[in-house]
Design a binder for this molecule. Structure first.
Ligand code: ZN
Length: 154
């Protein structure tokens, strides 16, 4: 990893957070008649996600996912879905950019409180193959919001 290494204590806490989200995913499930419904795969690892959003008045009111795959991909999804609720589309896209910056080794992004539990994934930046795992949910989010804008013409 480039830049500041987390202390061993922080690294252990981060590892615990990742496993916790993996074992007890937040916001797993489905939304009836969702505004965003997107399926995406990360073929390099075999991770898979179906992400659904309820978007009302430009705000994400609900986010649910069904996923299979490695702990990094599923923990990232769980953390992302949890963070998205209550955010505007612009906020959601800003978070996506910030998360990508962190995945490119940006140490400011890795300390950005707006990313919440997702900061636990900062160490993944050192492993390009795993970056694809961590990015799966975010790529689905971006694509889903792009399609929504297309459909609604906004
Ligand atoms: Zn994976």
């Amino acid at each position: 990893m480039t830049g500041n290494q987390p202390t061993p204590q922080l690294a252990a806490l981060y590892q615990e957070l990742i496993l916790d989200h993996y074992k007890r995913p937040r916001r797993q499930g489905q939304i009836e008649d969702p505004d965003v419904d997107i399926h995406m795969m990360n073929t390099s690892c075999g991770d898979e996600v179906r992400l659904q959003l309820r978007v009302v008045d430009d705000v994400v009111r609900d986010a649910r996912f069904q996923g299979t795959g490695c702990s990094i991909s599923q923990a990232s999804l769980s953390m992302m879905a949890d963070l998205l609720v209550g955010k505007t589309r612009a906020d959601a896209l800003a978070l996506t950019r910030r998360f990508k910056e962190m995945m490119h080794g940006d140490t400011d992004a890795a300390r950005d409180r707006r990313l919440g539990d997702l900061r636990a994934l900062a160490g993944v930046a050192a492993y390009p193959v795993r970056v694809k795992c961590a990015m799966l949910g975010w790529n689905a989010l971006e694509e889903g919001l792009r399609k929504l804008a297309e459909e609604k013409g906004v």
